[in-house]
Write a protein that binds this ligand. Structure first.
Ligand SMILES: Nc1ncnc2c1ncn2[C@@H]1O[C@H](COP(=O)(O)OP(=O)(O)OP(=O)(O)O)[C@@H](O)[C@H]1O
Ligand SMILES: [Mg+2]
Length: 1053
């Protein structure tokens, strides 16, 4: 068990006292009227949503005149001043704050009594611990709205006064007291923390005060305080109320003040942690509001308080599935964005998960004033727009994250990246993506010493290697909020998985079922008996080895279910069928049509994204109670499952790996969704021993893929190292490589060759390919000679082109220059068809011929130019032997470009998939890959002058491929996660532009759009607001840049 010492830092910055007052007090940086302006985020539209309404709005001081005659308040001021003068140890500025708070307290009267008084306790009676705690859980604190409205009507003189008070108080200091405590991090099940866990410093109230040396001056200020307040109030009575509503400005102002205070806290050597892990208390409210999370788990708190995190060390943390890892990462991300004012990159494994995250965090961005930018597929600008004020959270897939990091290194902006968070860190060990992730992280480690790296996963084994690679600390805990019980089923017996016993299983029960002989034949594995124990009341996932198997299982189960199952949520199931029909432009998959009335569906990559999303939503709301799915649902998805059944211990033909097994069963019993969870693995007698090994074995190790994925791994890395000037000599490259995961595991992964030899071979290969220039010597004496990248090499790494294809791509583009057929986009589409999809494509020759015959004469010429003669297609279709040697990769690629061509013409995936006899999921995947590859080819061409003409063509083509819908839907589909079907609904309901969506009222959306939940509506509006604000900011940056006066105008100094 690892022991980690935890440091709880808990001195509060005096500013955090002001924070609670909600007065528009601001640090000097945000004093100017400009700073008070509402940032463009959220634009001019109505608020996204009303935070929990508070009836205390009525007692706000709409009529400020009442102050004038408020003797009790002035008496209180007097009182406090008097008290202050008596207490020579009292910090003068804190007193100012107290007065402010008392003022507010009066304003809010009964409802907010605790608010100010408890706050005062923190300063005045620092020994009363409970006072602070009380304040932390104070309901008023979690709701800003009332005070904001108060400020709306606050006269200008009063505002000025508050600002002055803030100036007074901002200098106040309270010295730090830090406490250390050690905790065993590998403890057994944690307990949920009490509400005070939101207040890291709750246990430590006793803070000695650090008195400023200029106390006399402070005293003077205090003596005039009452007078000042009186005169300000008198002034208020006379002063005219500002015409402009200040609600929005003040909302921003209060927030920026909070953020600024928190930032100062972190920047200073002080150990104060602020109200919510150094973040404005609003963040805590938002987690409650948007996520329904009211309390942190104990481990989450402990992890956030780790000394290593406070010192900004890199960190890997590992907890079981559903342990709540995301929340910790999100809090650290917000600290970086708001307190340290640095950009953050969050790397997630799949496009769909990126989009989900963008949607989920956009509302935080809008509320807290940072940008959320999507980097997935062909989305995301390279290099990213340099923002003047707001910080950006880039949410990226592994591939896009790598491209982003490259562009930041190239533009010397990598230091802007304060933090990189990698979810599912075990992906490091998975093929090409693992190699790309390793390259990305190694580059960050090498080029930016100040960028912190945080990685998390539920399935890590050889953590030591990863720690060494990432120079990271490690935190782990066994916590899982919902207990997961593991079982295996052999014949009709259920065994509990029990690692303590010799064979790993103990008898649990016999399966209780009565099967007819017919049913026994149809369902020999007793799937029906297993699922009917839980559905329809609870939900169930069945992981199947193949796509076809998913469909078969779903069909089989519903064939034998009782009629009563149809009655359960019947109307909603009919709605779902209707929705799926809309998505399919009138058609629906016959299997789904048959299974959905029973609350059952299948889920795999053969479905379109739209279909998958509808099915996932219906499942998470309980309309569907059983999904038969492939491993696509195994990672990072929060779907409720009381029971997870593994149909067989296989994924396709391969025996299940421990990591896959853990991820799959981890879907059962998700926190906040289910109260219990269990998994049942169906095992045939013959696999019994393998399964015993599986459940008892440790998780697989995570190994570097740089060598296995040679052209996308090692070679690609070496090229970009030189290209980006990260390492330009053999020696520097060697140094760099020692710090990769491969470097750490080199002795294990390459027994024959040393790392240095591997590098030498790799560099020589790149020189041979014409991607690098320079010399690599046999001996060390030449290890310092500089290598440079050729234009082709630069284009290759800039376009993220697989090195296996870069020369081919160059040749094909060059050939295209001689006679690109532009009568239609077919020729261009061919050039943008991803090479790596050709190997698993087997054309149907009749369809090939039919499609070819439908082309115009000019289009048919494309086939000839690229190297597929008509005679070849005809002969293939008629089954004749072919003597001529035709490159099958080219033939397949052309076939795929026919599919893309049909897609762009028809914009209907269903028709096209029927026409080509391909699953619609595959067709959509092809489309998405083509969109990404088109943008890669575009970047490739941008680096090679001779290809200038392609730039405009490919820019347009990328756009067409990215959206592949009627042009009018494009602006709506730019919003993260708005897919075609939803865009159509929105468009038809009158939401035709991004601005329409950004300014939409979520409640109206819910009423107008079918199958749209309130949560989804809010997320759409937030994402649209975010995108709009991001676009507006980018334009503003451009304007600023344009108007900037150059420093080096000749003749000026
Ligand atoms: N403190 C908390 N209180 C209540 N619910 C929480 C808390 N923290 C997280 N959750 C909820 O627990 C669920 C699982 O959390 P999360 O997705 O972070 O798990 P995870 O550790 O990332 O699991 P996996 O490894 O499977 O991705 C989510 O629905 C999340 O909202
Ligand atoms: Mg997770």
């Amino acid at each position: 068990m690892a022991e980690t010492s935890l440091t709880v830092r808990r001195k509060r910055h005096p500013g955090s006292v002001c924070k609670r007052s909600r007065a528009p007090v601001q640090p000097s940086a945000v004093h100017s009227p400009v700073a008070r302006k509402r940032p463009s985020s959220g634009g001019e539209g109505p608020p996204a949503e009303t935070p929990c309404s508070n009836d205390s709005e009525e007692d706000m001081f709409g009529d400020y005149d009442s102050f004038y005659g408020n003797d009790s308040l002035l008496a209180q001021v007097d009182d406090i001043e008097h008290k202050y003068l008596l207490d020579k140890n009292m910090d003068i500025k804190a007193a100012g704050e107290i007065i402010l708070e008392n003022l507010q307290s009066e304003i809010h009267q009964k409802k907010q009594d605790n608010f100010s008084s408890s706050e005062n306790m923190v300063v005045l009676k620092a020994d009363k611990e409970d006072a602070f705690q009380m304040n932390e859980s104070d309901p008023v604190d979690s709701n800003q709205e009332p005070t904001e409205s108060v400020l709306d009507d606050l006269p200008s003189s009063q505002l000025l006064y508050f600002e002055k008070m803030d100036e007074l108080s901002s200098g106040s200091r309270i010295s730090a007291v830090s406490e250390r405590r050690s905790k065993c991090v590998n403890s057994s099940l944690d307990k949920i923390r009490s509400p005070s866990s939101f207040c890291p410093g709750a246990e430590h109230r006793n803070r000695p005060t650090d008195f400023s040396s200029d106390s006399e001056c402070d005293l003077f200020k205090t003596e005039s305080l009452k007078d000042h307040l009186k005169s300000a109030m008198t002034g208020n009575a006379k002063a005219q109320t500002l015409q402009v509503s200040k609600t929005k400005q003040l909302k921003e102002a209060v927030l920026s003040e909070e953020i600024c205070v928190a930032r100062k806290t972190i920047e200073s050597s002080s150990v104060d942690r602020g109200p919510f892990y150094g973040l404005p208390s609003k963040v805590k409210d938002l987690f409650g509001q948007f996520r329904g999370i009211e309390m942190l788990y104990e481990w989450q708190h402990d992890c956030l308080m780790l000394e290593s995190l406070q010192q900004r060390k890199n960190l890997i943390y590992s907890l079981p599935t559903s342990g709540g890892k995301t929340l910790v990462a999100e809090i650290i991300i917000l600290q970086e964005l708001l307190c340290r004012q640095k950009d953050v990159l969050m790397i997630l494994p799949y496009v769909a998960i990126v989009q989900e995250k963008v949607r989920g965090l956009s509302s935080f961005g809008i509320e807290l004033g940072f940008l959320v930018e999507e980097y997935a597929g062909s989305k995301g600008r390279l290099p990213p727009v340099k923002r003047r004020i707001k910080k950006s959270l880039y949410i990226a897939t592994i591939e896009k994250g790598h491209a982003l990091v490259n562009s930041l290194i190239e533009t010397e902006r990598i230091d802007d990246l304060g933090l990189v968070v990698v979810d599912e860190l075990h992906m490091l060990g998975e093929g090409t993506r693992g190699a790309t992730l390793e390259i990305t992280l190694a580059k960050i480690l090498y080029t930016s010493k100040n960028t912190q790296i945080i990685g998390m996963s539920a399935t890590l084994n050889n953590v030591g290697d990863l720690q060494k690679f990432l120079q990271a600390e490690y935190y782990t805990n066994n916590f899982r909020p919902v207990e997961l019980k593991e079982y295996v089923k052999i014949r009709d017996t259920i065994y509990a998985v029990d690692s303590k016993t010799e064979n790993g299983f103990t008898f649990s029960r016999l399966l209780n079922f009565k099967y007819s002989s017919n049913l026994e034949k149809a369902d020999p594995d007793h799937i029906i008996a297993l699922v009917t124990e839980v559905i329809p009341k609870y939900s169930c996932l069945i992981f199947c080895p193949t796509k076809k198997n998913c469909e078969n299982v779903a069909s089989m189960v519903c064939k034998y279910l009782k009629k009563e199952f149809r009655a359960h949520r019947e109307k909603e199931k009919q709605d779902l069928i209707k929705n799926l029909k809309n998505i399919g432009n009138g058609s629906i998959c016959p299997v789904l049509k048959q299974t959905i009335p029973f609350g059952i569906a299948y889920h795999h990559s053969g479905l379109t994204n739209d279909e998958r999303k509808s099915i996932e939503e219906a499942y998470s709301t309980g309309v569907l109670c059983l999904l038969a799915c492939t491993a696509t649902l195994a990672a990072g998805v929060n779907l409720p499952a009381r029971r997870v059944i593994l149909r067989a211990p296989y994924v396709a033909n391969d025996f299940l790996k421990k990591n896959q097994y853990k991820q799959m069963i981890g879907r059962a019993g998700r926190a906040g969704i289910d109260s219990a969870g269990e998994s049942i693995l169906i095992v045939q007698e013959k696999d019994k021993h393998l399964v015993q090994d599986l459940v008892n074995s440790p998780l697989e190790n995570c190994y570097s893929n740089l060598l296995l994925e040679l052209t996308k791994g090692m070679q690609s890395l070496l090229l970009s190292l030189v290209g980006l000037k990260i390492a330009v000599t053999h020696e520097e490259v060697n140094n760099f490589m020692c710090n990769t995961l491969l470097g750490v595991q080199q002795q294990l992964l390459s027994k024959e060759k040393s790392l240095s030899e591997i590098i030498k071979d790799g560099l020589e290969n790149l020189i041979e390919k014409g991607l690098l220039k320079g010399r690599i010597s046999e001996k060390d004496h030449n290890s310092k000679s500089t290598l440079t990248v050729t234009p082709l090499g630069k284009a290759t790494y800039k376009g993220s082109i697989d090195l296996a294809y870069c020369n081919l791509l160059y040749r094909e583009l060059k050939k295209g220059l001689e006679g690109l057929i532009l009568e239609s986009n077919l020729h261009l589409l061919y050039l943008a068809t991803p090479y790596d999809m050709t190997s698993n494509c087997s054309p149907d020759w009749m369809i090939y011929l039919r499609q070819f015959n439908q082309l115009s004469a000019a289009e048919q010429k494309v086939a000839d130019i690229v190297g597929v003669p008509e005679s070849f297609i005809t002969k293939k279709a008629s089954g004749q032997a072919i003597r001529k040697n035709v490159d099958s990769a080219v033939v397949n690629r052309l076939y795929l470009s026919f599919v893309l061509y049909a897609l762009l013409k028809e914009t209907n995936i269903w028709n096209v998939s029927e026409k080509f006899n391909m699953s619609r999921g595959y067709v959509q995947n092809l489309l998405n890959s083509a969109a990404s590859f088109a943008s890669c080819v575009l970047h490739f061409c941008e680096e090679l002058e001779e290809f200038w003409v392609y730039k405009a063509l490919l820019t347009e083509l990328t756009k067409q491929l990215t959206y592949c819908v009627k042009t009018e839907l494009i602006p709506l589909m730019e919003v993260a996660g708005v897919l075609e079907a939803r865009a159509k609904q929105l468009y038809n309901a009158g939401y035709k532009t991004l601005a329409h969506l950004a300014n939409a009222n979520p409640e109206t959306l819910v009423k107008m759009i079918e199958h749209l939940s309130r949560r989804q509506a809010k997320q759409i509006v937030s994402s649209a607001k975010m995108l709009l604000s991001e676009k507006a900011e980018a334009l503003q940056e451009e304007v600023e840049e344009l108007l900037k006066v150059p420093r080096d105008i000749p003749g000026t100094y």
